[in-house]
Write a protein that binds this ligand. Structure first.
Ligand SMILES: [Zn+2]
Length: 315
């Protein structure tokens, strides 16, 4: 999260009488007897706040109609719903800090009054027990958990991560997977190319499918895997672009695709294909593949890191 956002969150927390934890960016604490967590559902929209309370009303979760009536009655509230033992209230986007703080307080008051009026009790987000719970970060996500669930989740993660580390990377399998995945990227380049687009989406498909393919058949995606995938993507993007031209040539000159594919360099040399537009096109597909690959690798690495993040917010 950005520094400015974190500063604003710290202020929001103190205005609402809640606590703030900078590492996760979570606002948490006891509000009118309920243990609340406040966070953005999507970090790209930090001023769309979600208030989560782990609460239970035996055998009777919040219905759709109840949720609708609640958000209609309270202006700052966009939605209220229950997902398992988690009651989630989302507030409307507000970039003005004064108004955001006012909305949060109004939302918190409305939600906690509603929960009290409907006999909701604080509980654990995972098992639903009404034993004491604590705000935690588990697998990179803010949750309200009882001690047992926190320890269990942490142990499960530790076991999963050692198993993952023990698992050997199968490079041959990875290459096969990456090639199969990259064929989807090639198909995407040709189909969209024939429709007249050089779309960012084909680059993204190429990058995601190649790396997913490697991960699935290779067992895991290491740095070696990323390098192999990059080489495959470079070659296959070139092939996809040339095939796209070959399809157009085949239709134009009424020859088969293999002949058209082979004739591309000759047609370029003879300037029957405009070489500027050919190379610009290829360059753009590469640029889009790069745009797709960088966030994919970054997200994979970040998620791997996040999975092992466990700590209790209050301590
Ligand atoms: Zn529990």
């Amino acid at each position: 999260m950005k520094k400015k956002v974190l500063q604003n969150y710290a202020q929001l927390a103190s205005r609402a009488g809640l606590r703030f934890e900078a590492q996760s960016g979570a606002i948490f604490g006891l509000y009118n007897g309920y243990k609340v967590l406040v966070y953005p559902e999507n970090e790209n929209y930090p001023y769309i706040l979600t208030v989560s309370v782990s609460a239970t009303r035996p055998g009777n979760p919040i219905s759709k109609a109840e949720g609708k009536a609640f958000s209609k009655e309270h202006k700052p509230v966009n939605s209220l719903r229950q997902d398992g033992y988690q009651v989630k209230m989302t507030l409307g986007q507000m970039t003005n800090q004064e108004k955001l703080a006012a909305n949060l307080t109004e939302g918190l008051n409305a939600l906690t009054s509603f929960l009290r009026a409907n006999n909701f009790q604080n509980c654990c987000q995972t098992c639903g027990s009404t034993n004491p719970t604590e705000a935690c970060v588990a697998g990179g996500t803010c949750m309200q958990l009882c001690y047992n669930c926190f320890v269990n989740l942490q142990q499960n993660q530790a076991v999963a991560s050692t198993e993952k580390q023990k698992k050997k990377e199968n490079i041959i399998g990875g290459i096969v997977g990456a090639l199969i995945g990259s064929l989807l990227g090639v198909a995407c380049i040709i189909v969209l190319g024939q429709l007249g687009y050089v779309a960012a989406i084909s680059g993204v498909v190429m990058a995601v499918c190649t790396m997913k393919g490697y991960d699935l058949l290779g067992g895991k995606l290491s740095i070696t895997g990323v390098i192999i995938c990059t080489v495959i993507m470079l070659v296959m993007t070139y092939m996809g672009n040339r095939l796209d031209w070959a399809v157009s040539i085949a239709m134009e000159l009424d020859v088969d695709i293999a002949t058209a594919f082979r004739s591309v360099p000759l047609l370029l040399e003879e300037e029957i294909i405009d070489s500027a537009s050919y190379w610009v096109n290829l360059f753009m597909v590469y640029a889009f593949a790069l745009l797709g690959a960088v966030p994919t690798v970054r997200n994979t690495m970040q998620n791997q890191k996040k999975e092992s993040v466990f700590y209790r917010l209050g301590v």
